[in-house]
Design a protein around this ligand. Structure first.
Ligand SMILES: Cc1cc2nc3c(=O)[nH]c(=O)nc-3n(C[C@H](O)[C@H](O)[C@H](O)COP(=O)(O)O)c2cc1C
Length: 512
């Protein structure tokens, strides 16, 4: 039996990596640019399958795409697979800098633009693609074949889910730790799930737009999935599976899974190991099929809010951009103007972002709290959001721009926004129910909803950015309502402007 059932490991990790003004001051150090990891995983010796770049671009509205279950009926072919990978993990923007160097920005946002999330495909019944296990290379938009043959059966066993053996393909998202820990050290473990969660929001929305069934599978035997992909488990770990496509040709008996150690170009001149992160991964791993099955039995109660709620306007069903337009237009806001968004905009973003997600675990694991700074028709203050009733609970009135900027690690973006969404979770209860793996789930779901908030914002032509935060101060700010919870993640929403960052004080608002 794995250590997953002893959730004090996740609690220890979370507390050890909490930010406070003191810990950030004490831990601040410059970045060593000489050791910055390469942004692409390069296998020099593997056979290459070029992906078509002229795939048909789906025309579905973005808001509809993020909140509609991907349950379509189209067959998965190479064209659709290419579109799915592009809109989830592809390079959507290149920016060259005066001193040399090019940044490759991707479809989904990523902490520090470090892009540690890698995508793999276990294909069995994809028209135009021979069965095999492939790595997706965003840099040259190609697949590289790690294994030849149909390994869906092996994956179905590792995930204790027979349906995987019949679905056309399963995408696997992993993370290369050093790409993120280079900047964020051990706190990077949280980022693995925020960022793969954001990517999952793209993947599920793109599947809906492409008329493909898709879902997330979060329970699997980590060691077996990592082995199937030939990962160096000290450095990279699988985070989630996403079966895609309908039930097609069933998988034959899986070939023997021989160990593979494909050559990979090193990420850089040196790498630092963060045992705290590796322990957090290992202590939340599942060791066998029966453990996966038992873990999946865990449940999560829906809690009804008490007290008077402020109703939000009926959310509009569609935005002004298609999903494809939204993803290519998306970028993280670097400066908010401080101007208001409409209450209809906030309503649509919250509603579409918080519809459930198709997965092997329940949704609704994280709770959304907001500071509302400038939303037409809404009183500025701190609120709790209730997705089932699509209504807000006013916790306290006031102008919290300054406080919100402070809570977001003293970043003005958190206060110059129109509204900032703070994700909190009843972490102890989650860990009690799901073991240490519950920590992965809370961060993943927050990343997924954050990713959807980004998409909703850009679909409605305003801006968004993910933010980090001072853990304890966030909980204290929303308490007593949030008493006993933990801070998980933050997304700020508002009107973007180009130019240098501004501070909330420059808006001449009253101090807190
Ligand atoms: C989970 C998450 C957390 C982030 N945290 C911050 C942050 O604390 N401060 C910040 O300025 N940007 C933050 N960002 C924005 C990233 O820096 C941005 O996504 C990345 O540079 C890629 O650029 P793009 O989103 O414009 O494509 C965050 C993004 C994500 C997805």
């Amino acid at each position: 039996m794995s250590g997953n059932r002893h959730p004090e490991a996740a609690r220890r990790y979370h507390d050890a990596t909490a930010h406070s003004p003191q810990s950030v001051r004490a831990g601040s150090r410059g970045l060593d640019w000489d050791t910055k990891p390469e942004p692409f995983k390069i296998y020099p010796g593997l056979p290459v399958v070029a992906l078509p770049r002229d795939f048909a671009v789906p025309a579905l509205d973005a808001l509809a795409a993020i909140s509609t279950e991907p349950a379509g009926a189209a067959p998965l072919d190479l064209d659709r697979l290419a579109a799915l990978l592009f809109f989830s993990a592809g390079v959507t923007k290149r920016r060259s800098y005066p001193g040399g160097g090019t940044m490759y920005f991707r479809a989904a946002p990523s902490t520090g633009a470090l892009y540690q999330t890698e995508a793999y495909v276990v294909a069995g019944d994809v028209a135009g693609l021979p069965p095999g296990v492939y790595h997706f290379s965003p840099g040259d938009f190609a697949l590289r074949r790690l294994r030849e043959g149909d390994f869906r059966g092996a994956l179905a066993i590792a995930a204790a889910d027979d349906d995987l053996a019949g679905q056309s393909a399963t995408l696997i998202l992993s993370a290369i730790y050093w790409r993120n820990t280079w900047k964020y050290q051990a706190r990077g473990y949280r980022h693995l799930f925020w960022d793969s969660g954001s990517m999952l929001s793209h993947l599920l929305a793109a599947a809906t737009a492409l008329d493909l069934p898709a879902r997330a599978v979060t329970g699997f035997v980590d060691l077996e999935v990592n082995g199937l992909l030939g990962l160096d488990a000290e450095k990279e770990g699988a985070l989630l599976l996403a079966p895609v496509g309908g039930q097609g040709r069933p998988a034959p008996v899986s070939p023997v899974i021989a160990a593979i150690t494909p050559e990979v170009i090193p990420l850089g001149s040196s790498e630092v190991d963060y045992p705290l992160l590796r322990d957090a991964y290992e202590n939340s791993s599942l060791d066998g099929e029966s453990e996966v099955q038992a873990w999946r039995e865990a449940s999560w109660p829906r809690r009804s809010p008490a007290g008077a709620l402020v109703a939000l306007p009926t959310p509009r069903p569609s935005g002004v951009r298609t999903l494809a337009e939204t993803i290519t237009a998306r970028g993280s806001t670097r400066r908010f103007s401080g101007e208001a968004i409409g209450s209809g905009d906030l309503s649509a973003a919250l509603w579409h972002a918080t519809r459930g997600w198709l997965a092997d675990v329940p949704s609704g694991l994280v709770d959304l709290y907001l500071t509302v700074h400038a939303v037409d028709g809404m009183e500025p203050g701190a609120y709790a959001y209730h997705p089932e009733s699509h209504a807000l609970d006013l916790i306290k009135r006031g102008d919290f721009r300054e406080r919100s900027a402070f809570l977001c690690l003293d970043q003005s973006l958190g206060g110059m926004s129109s509204a900032t969404v703070f994700f909190l979770a009843d972490l102890d209860a989650l860990l009690e129910e799901f073991g240490n793996r519950g920590y992965r789930l809370a961060n993943l779901e927050a990343g997924l909803i954050g990713g959807r908030l980004y998409l909703a914002a850009y679909a409605l032509r305003f801006g968004a950015t993910g933010l980090t935060f001072y853990d304890r101060d966030v909980v204290d700010f929303f308490s007593p309502h949030a008493l006993g919870k933990d801070a998980i993640f933050v997304t700020a929403l508002g009107r973007s402007v180009k130019g240098p960052a501004q501070s909330p004080a420059s808006l001449q608002i009253s101090p807190r």
